[in-house]
Design a binder for this molecule. Structure first.
Ligand SMILES: CC(=O)N[C@H]1[C@@H](OP(=O)(O)OP(=O)(O)OC[C@H]2O[C@@H](n3ccc(=O)[nH]c3=O)[C@H](O)[C@@H]2O)O[C@H](CO)[C@@H](O)[C@@H]1O
Ligand SMILES: C=C(OP(=O)(O)O)C(=O)O
Length: 423
């Protein structure tokens, strides 16, 4: 198991290229299974979750070829015959549960393990299952597996997501595009990852109404064809590096290849910190403020502040002048980074689903432990501005979701190296 050794503090100066999005690529990969011919996805990042999902897909007999140099993933479902996603793989990442919608939609049968993924608290899948039941599928749970069966044509119906769910919207769209007469999802997720999936399916031949709104109506078509589609830039990586660029007063960073339209309200909120931000096409230039303004945030569904950026934001707020609060309304328990950032010297206190932060506190290097993907990257952000040596242990979480993280940050002046954990 690897760790990062970070020597700080270091300002960041230079250009960071943004990678393709993990969370946008995964649903596209599942959608490729629905096609009757091969699909090619470009701008795919080299991430552990992508490799894991490749293996999940391969178990079914689908041919998957990842040209890592070109970032091109080719998926040919011609020989797909085994309608199962096993526990050993699905437990490693939550999005492999998309196999349920994809296999049920295409073949009317699926056996898929209940999912894993970042585990900061309960992450139920009741909406995925009840939505499929509403559509007309028979869903049973047996020994940790979901066993799903559906007739050639399901009647469909209307299902309201409460709360709105990215994963459930994706699974229900995948399950219905080839098999439900007419199915309406209310309070559907509008996250860019969902919009890209729906637009891709339409290009493959699907009939989906209401894309980009919170009501999606899907009418089954007879078949879908494979296409070539470009994956989006990673909006969470973009936000993470914007925050990183604001944390040291001498930092001056340019992000290239960003999909700015996918950032929702984040840039407006970010400007409240006092950072100087200039956006031009796919380039975002950030100059850190001399002093960060304390800025409260509350996570919301898109286009609101993403839960996947709240840990990084709270970590930045340890350097703001005065008190601030970060409230997560999507995941109430997503605060495992708090005791770790506190070990570095932060003054943070969790009260229900809010962390209250008193700034500005100097941070000092120590050993800290990553507990999930976004918690891990927050510890890297803290380590880069902490005085002395910070060891971030268990960085395998980071390898799930940040492509070439240490290379990208080292190239702009950070002092980070990867080492075996016993070193
Ligand atoms: C691979 C991927 O894209 N992961 C993202 C996806 O996760 P994921 O799709 O798992 O998250 P959801 O949007 O489903 O979760 C939103 C809320 O719905 C609840 N819920 C969800 C499903 C369900 O069946 N029942 C239920 O109650 C969840 O507990 C949570 O409170 O969206 C999250 C919210 O933007 C992000 O943090 C994750 O990074
Ligand atoms: C939580 C995340 O991923 P997952 O839903 O796969 O656990 C994430 O990308 O921040």
């Amino acid at each position: 198991m690897d760790k990062f050794i970070i020597e700080g503090p270091t300002p960041l100066k230079g250009t960071i290229p943004i990678s393709g999005s993990k969370n946008a690529a995964l649903p596209l990969m599942a959608a490729a299974i629905l096609g009757d011919s091969p699909t090619t996805i470009t701008n795919v990042p080299k991430l552990r979750d992508i490799y894991t999902f490749n293996n999940v897909i391969r178990v079914t007999g689908t041919h998957v070829n990842f040209d890592e140099e070109a970032g091109e993933l080719s998926i040919d479902p011609a020989n797909l015959a085994h309608l199962e996603a096993p526990y050993e793989l699905v437990r490693k990442m939550r999005a492999s549960f998309y196999m349920l919608g994809a296999l049920l939609g295409k073949f009317g049968r699926a056996k898929v393990s209940l999912p894993g993924g970042c585990a900061w608290g309960p992450r139920p899948v009741d909406l995925h299952l009840n939505g499929m039941r509403e559509m007309g599928a028979d869903i049973k749970l047996e020994e940790g597996y979901v066993i799903a069966n559906a007739p050639k044509e399901m009647e469909g119906g209307t299902f309201t997501l409460d709360p709105s769910s990215v994963g459930a919207t994706i699974n229900l769209v995948l399950a219905s595009v080839l098999r439900a007469k007419e199915f309406t999802i209310k309070n559907a997720a509008k996250e860019p990852d969902v919009v890209l999936l729906c637009n891709t399916l339409v290009e493959m031949g699907a009939d989906i109404e209401g894309i980009g709104t919170d009501t999606l109506t899907i009418r089954a078509v007879d078949q879908l064809e494979g296409i070539t589609v470009r994956n989006a830039a990673d909006r969470i990586e973009t936000g993470t590096f914007m925050i990183a660029a604001a944390m040291h007063p001498e930092s001056d960073v340019t992000l290239t290849g960003a999909d700015v339209d996918d950032l929702g309200h984040f840039p407006e909120v970010f400007e409240k910190t006092g950072a100087d931000m200039t956006i031009k096409n796919d380039t975002i230039h950030i100059e850190a403020p001399d002093q960060i303004n304390a800025t409260n945030i509350e996570t919301q569904i898109y286009p609101g502040f993403p839960t996947d950026l709240q840990a990084q934001w709270a970590t930045m707020m340890t350097q703001a002048s005065g008190e601030s609060s970060v409230t997560d309304t999507i995941y109430y328990d997503r605060f495992s980074y708090v005791p770790e950032v506190t070990r570095l010297g932060a003054d943070m206190d969790v009260d229900e689903n809010t962390v209250n932060i008193a700034g500005k506190t100097p941070l000092k290097g120590a050993s800290v432990m990553s507990t999930d993907l976004r918690a891990s990257v927050s510890l890297v952000l803290a380590g880069m501005i902490a005085e002395g040596k910070t060891d971030v242990l268990r960085i395998y979480h980071l390898d799930r979701g940040y492509e070439d993280l240490e290379e990208k940050l080292t190239a702009v002046g950070a002092n980070i190296r990867r080492a075996g954990q016993e070193e």
